[in-house]
Design a protein around this ligand. Structure first.
Ligand code: NAD
Ligand code: K
Ligand code: MN
Length: 356
């Protein structure tokens, strides 16, 4: 029987609630499929590890992850530790260490879920946002001089390389080409950011020539937020920079009903390293430890994980089980206006998977 090695990194906050839930669902799926199995290894990295060891993960942590087939990640972020320490010390270390340069974020309105887009039917909204995940605004270039003094200067430089932009643009065009509408919107801010974003635009024109069957257009990022709300059907695949897509995808998730349902994959398209799948949300300090976390974003991330490792049939079965559960409003967590707990939703998805 085929066996896949999956690293689970719950991290902090509700990551510790949704990742065990995701692991249970994957185990239930493997049990009912009977044609593959999972070997899970859980890594207790994150804020607790930081309090004990002074770092978010061990220096040789990437070595431990390297032989894995995929990584399931929760969230990094703790109320008592500055966010930039938790983010850079764990999630970005893995994304950048494994060159997971494509961050892929699908959005759909799942059955039973009521989003704020009143003029939009569930079938009308089917987006994938591709986020550049290795450089741009999160390249880590910058610094502070004269810290704390009135003359202090601080910079975060958005650094884009031609190679980095070309590879994410090609990834996005290819993804758009594989989808029914073959449509891509290239998001920029090249009116204001007149160097890197102008290069981004030029590269879009150049890469588009390789994909003559893909219809594509350009949109400024601020206008794109309005278009997502006013003309959601006009979008399909979207590619944007690290920061722009980070923001657009939280908006996309909220428009689809909740931040708690949205999944993402941090993908190394060249498959040199394991890719990492996670809900797009963070530690959610306001609800942690109360059983209120919606695990659907994690389950959908598990669907993406299964697609990535080549288990398409199992991925489709899990997605169908998730949709049967969201269709039942009694199984909605509080973020969706319901009263179900993380565990009740997880039990319901596992029960769906046990049905033949
Ligand atoms: P957040 O995503 O944690 O929470 C935003 C809001 O959405 C909160 O009201 C929260 O209760 C709600 N929410 C999020 N996920 C939910 C779920 N599954 N079910 C129900 N409600 C949910 O964003 P934030 O408050 O900006 O960040 C909190 C911490 O998480 C910070 O430390 C931040 O840096 C970190 N963070 C980490 C990641 C990551 O690891 N990938 C992503 C985003 C934020
Ligand atoms: K996350
Ligand atoms: Mn984000």
């Amino acid at each position: 029987m085929k066996s896949y090695r999956i690293a689970c990194i719950p991290g902090d906050g509700i990551g510790k609630e949704v990742i065990p839930a995701g692991q249970r669902v994957l185990a239930a799926l493997a049990e009912s499929q009977r044609d593959f199995r999972f070997e899970f290894s859980t890594f207790g990295w994150g804020a607790d590890w930081y309090r004990e060891h002074g770092e978010m993960m061990p220096a040789d942590g990437l070595q431990a992850l390297k032989p894995m087939d995929a990584i399931l990640f929760g969230s990094a972020g703790d109320p008592d530790i500055p966010d930039h320490i938790t983010l850079w010390g764990l999630r970005l270390k893995i994304c950048q260490g494994f060159d997971q340069y494509a961050n892929v974020r699908p959005t759909r309105i799942l059955p039973g879920i009521d989003g704020p887009l009143k003029r939009c039917e569930p079938a009308d909204l089917d987006w994938v946002i591709v986020r550049e995940n290795s450089e741009g605004e999160y390249a880590g270039v910058g610094g502070r001089a004269h810290q704390g003094h009135p003359i202090e200067v601080a910079t975060d430089v958005s650094m884009m390389t031609r190679a980095g932009v070309e590879r994410i643009m090609r990834y996005a065009f290819k993804l758009a080409q594989s989808r029914p509408r073959k449509q891509l919107t290239v998001v920029t801010k090249s009116n204001a950011q007149r160097h890197a974003m102008v290069m981004w635009d030029e590269i879009a024109v150049q890469v588009a020539k390789e994909f003559p069957d893909v219809k594509w257009d350009k949109e400024l990022v601020d206008a794109c937020t309005a278009r997502m709300v006013n003309r959601p059907k006009s979008l399909d695949t979207v590619v944007a920079t690290n920061l722009h897509a980070d923001i657009l995808s939280d908006l996309a998730a909220a428009l689809a009903g909740s931040l708690g349902i949205a999944p993402t994959g941090n993908i190394d398209p060249e498959r040199r390293y394991p890719s990492m799948f996670e809900p797009i949300h963070g530690s959610a300090f306001d609800i942690m430890g109360q059983g209120l976390a919606n695990p659907v974003g994690t389950f959908w991330s598990c669907v993406m994980l299964l697609e990535h490792i080549g288990e398409q049939a199992a991925a489709a079965r899990l997605m169908a089980a998730i949709e049967r559960v969201t269709a039942n409003t009694k199984l909605h967590t509080r973020d969706l206006g319901g009263r179900a707990t993380t565990q009740e939703v997880t039990d319901a998805v596992c029960a769906q998977l046990a049905l033949k």
